[in-house]
Ligand binder design. Structure first.
Ligand code: IPM
Ligand code: MG
Length: 366
């Protein structure tokens, strides 16, 4: 009996989710055997499949199962089948509910350019993109007050405003402090550069982010802190992506910038993510890509982002560093040896494989 054993909640979700999580689970099993620890997997439903079966996207049993695990591995949720359901029970609500329910305030989204895939980047002459986006995940406009009301105010032309909808961006000092501190901590472990991205020329909440970051920066004198407005940042990510190291930002800006950062690495199908809460509580790991309903069931999905998410799970939730390193190495070797899924194939020398075949190549390298 191995002396270390961990409980992993697996949420395959919708679309290609079940295919890519099954690959990652195989990889996790392989490294657990190799390094002598035990993994106990339990599967739970969330997203569209849970709406179909239970009428709600996040059943209580799923949240409870996740809470009592050491870590959660999630595939993807959502798809056109559920586009018309009531906004209150959309599949995305499962993600937001898991984030809030597990207190996952810190979302790590690395955007790494794999040398072998540089030609897949839409940018010319790129190399050395290695950015870590630290996105606040349980506050801001996603979780602020939302609503609608009928306004009696008039527009400048005298016509009536009518129905108004609003979503509120609000952040407390405590919420900003804990995520900004995460940003500094990761910067310390990397090249000691931290960029706070905000809209402080317009938003009061952004000005509070700056004040807090300025204060915390005195605790990390070795880290060079700079500030960028989000509109400028979206431009500079295209203009000089290699100059960024760690970016810390609010929930919505992080959502938008992480898609952009993913795109410039040319490999949205390659990008993992981790969502973490207080130390000692379960983290959630998922690929950055969505449920890709158009290719679900065709066996073409790229499982590498989910496999790399499993590596993050090993590293951040289980502290199984060697196993995490080995998984990342195995993925890199698989690419180096010319194996690709169709989404990342470019050169003639590439061997294009399906989900299961490329998973087998990773497993051979473990
Ligand atoms: C993401 C997604 C989610 C988000 C959606 C599906 C709710 O875009 O994880 O980036 O906006 O956070
Ligand atoms: Mg997003």
């Amino acid at each position: 009996m191995p002396d270390k054993s961990y409980k992993i909640a697996v949420i395959p979700g919708d679309g290609i989710g079940p295919e890519v999580t099954s690959s990652a689970v195989k990889v996790l099993k392989a490294v657990s055997e190799k390094f002598g620890f035990e993994l106990n997997f339990s599967e739970y439903k969330a997203g569209g499949c849970a709406i179909d079966e239970f009428g709600i996207p996040l059943p209580e049993a799923t949240l409870e199962g996740c809470k009592s695990s050491d870590a959660v591995l999630l595939g993807a949720v959502g798809g056109p089948k559920w586009d018309k359901v009531d906004a209150k029970i959309r599949p995305e609500k499962a993600l937001l509910g898991l984030r809030a329910g597990l207190g996952l305030y810190s979302n790590l989204r690395p955007a790494l350019l794999f040398e072998e895939l540089a030609s897949a980047s839409p940018l010319k002459n790129v190399s050395n993109i290695d950015i870590l986006i630290v996105r606040e995940l349980t506050g801001g406009i996603y979780f602020g007050e939302h609503g609608r009301y009928d306004s009696s105010e008039l527009l400048s032309d005298g016509s009536s405003k009518g129905t108004v909808a609003f979503d509120t961006e609000s952040y407390s000092v405590a919420e900003i402090e804990r995520i900004v501190r995460e940003g500094f901590r990761y910067a310390m472990g990397r090249s000691k550069k931290l960029t706070l991205v905000d809209k402080a020329n317009v938003l009061e909440s952004s000005r509070l982010w700056r004040e807090v970051a300025e204060k915390i920066s005195s605790e990390y004198p070795e880290v060079a802190l700079d500030y960028l407005y989000v509109d400028n940042c979206s431009m500079q990510l295209i203009n000089r992506p290699e100059t960024f190291d760690v970016i810390v930002t609010s929930n919505m800006f992080g959502d938008i910038l992480s898609d952009e950062a993913g795109m410039i690495t040319g490999s949205i199908g390659m990008l993992p993510s981790a969502s973490l809460g207080a130390p000692g509580t379960p983290g959630m790991y998922e690929p950055v890509h969505g449920s890709a309903p158009d290719i679900a069931g065709t066996g073409k999905a790229n499982p590498l982002a989910t496999i790399l998410s499993a590596a993050m799970l090993l590293r951040w939730s289980l502290d199984e560093t060697e196993a995490a390193d080995l998984v990342e190495e195995a993925v890199k070797k698989t690419l180096k040896d010319g194996f690709r899924t169709v989404d990342i194939a470019s050169g003639d020398s590439d061997t294009v494989l399906g989900t299961e075949e490329i998973t087998a190549k990773v497993l051979e390298r473990i």
